[in-house]
Design a protein around this ligand. Structure first.
Ligand code: SAH
Length: 365
């Protein structure tokens, strides 16, 4: 194991304090900050504007990078999945999703996930470990460099979503620290307004996030309109049932800016939670709480051994229309990167296409 300090855990003031601890002036901290977050360099050898002796001292005490790339998969739709490994050998996955207007980077907050959502492949890994802030920042840096070129300025409008592996609200401290580091205008300059954090419903953290002055947007995974069904699909519901979850959302609503909404994600499982009855129950649930929300319908992304299939497009459309008829703004999330196990709920450190099931996935996408 590498005991050295991972510098991507540190903000500018902390980098300056770190270099001061071995007698370097504060401006070296600023230089290091620029090398890491403006130029997005992941090795000291590349930081050629820093004196050799300083780089040698750094190399003894710290590291600029702890993730190593295992494989990169490119989907036929252009989506890229990076399968990386932590210093202690655990999988970390990040997805780059190119879009016409703006690109999105989807990062992971944990290796594996402790929640047991029945429709999600990541759940099958269990929790391996919560990631550090540095491991979150490094995922984003890695994806930016691969997508746009090392050191090339991030296009304005590239968005981040904490929708990879793990439950971001169980990695709250790492996540908030990473977001603060990434927001610095002198560095990556990805402000919280360009970030959406998705939770399966860790209620106390919803309240906590509402109180953060400069906070990211919030998305909540619902998957079912009743406690009875949500208990089965998302066991976290037994701890924080719908009434508590929606009460917290109602409080969160007070922190929304004008025009801002929060999002409910609803995975659509063929014949399970996608009937007209479910649509009406969902609309009534949201309307009863009078929430300023929109709904994102996500047709299930299948993967062996998950016992679900995606709702057929005609029923997805019907479901959407039923919600809209009840005044709920609804959007259907187009699946991206299904052929390379990069779509929602498919991150489970899968290797390249080798078995027949993976061939089937390829045809579905
Ligand atoms: N743990 C957080 C972050 C993950 S976001 C959360 O649950 O919100 C991933 C999103 O994809 C969630 O909305 C989840 O419900 C959804 N999802 C999980 N498995 C899926 C699958 N196989 N197909 C489609 N969506 C899925």
């Amino acid at each position: 194991m590498n005991q050295a300090v991972h510098l991507m855990n540190l903000n500018e003031a902390e980098l300056s304090a770190f270099v001061a601890s071995f007698g370097e002036p504060a401006y070296r901290g600023r230089q290091l900050f620029g090398a890491l977050y403006r130029r997005r360099l992941r090795s000291f050898e590349e930081m050629t504007d820093l004196p050799k002796s300083f780089r040698a001292t750094l190399a003894e005490r710290a590291t600029a990078s702890t993730l190593t790339l295992e494989s990169r998969y490119i989907s036929e739709d252009g989506t890229r999945r990076y399968l990386m490994k932590t210093h202690d050998g655990l999988p970390v996955e990040t997805v780059f999703i190119p879009e016409e207007r703006r690109d999105t980077i989807c990062f992971s907050s944990q290796s594996g996930c402790p929640l047991q959502c029945d429709f999600c492949l990541t759940a099958k890994l269990g929790l391996l470990r919560t990631l550090t802030a540095g491991e979150i920042v490094e995922q984003v840096i890695f994806a930016l460099n691969d997508a746009y070129g090392a050191g090339v300025k991030t296009p304005r409008g590239t968005n981040l979503v904490a929708m990879g592996a793990g439950e971001p609200f169980l990695a709250f401290e790492s996540l908030m620290r990473a977001l603060r580091i990434m927001a610095d205008p002198a560095g990556l300059y990805i402000v919280p307004n360009r970030v959406t954090v998705s939770t399966a419903g860790v209620v106390p953290r919803i309240r906590e996030l509402a109180a953060v002055p400069d906070r990211p947007h919030l998305a909540i995974s619902l998957a079912a309109p009743t406690d009875e069904q949500r208990d089965v699909l998302m066991p976290i519901n037994k701890k924080w049932p719908l009434a508590e979850l929606l009460a917290a959302c109602k409080e969160f609503e007070l922190s929304l800016k004008p025009g801002e909404r929060f999002t409910f994600e609803y995975v659509m499982l063929d014949g399970v939670n996608d009937s007209d009855e479910h649509a009406r129950a969902l609309a009534n649930l949201l309307n009863r709480h009078q929430l300023r929300a929109k709904v994102n319908l996500i047709p299930h992304n299948p993967a062996d051994p998950l016992p679900y299939r995606p709702t057929p497009p005609a029923q997805v459309e019907r479901f959407k229309n039923l919600l809209e008829a009840k005044g709920i703004q609804t959007h259907v999330r187009r699946p991206r990167g299904r052929d390379i196990y990069a779509a929602c709920g498919q991150l489970a450190a899968r290797r390249p296409v080798t078995n027949p099931q993976e061939q089937i996935l390829h045809q579905l996408s």
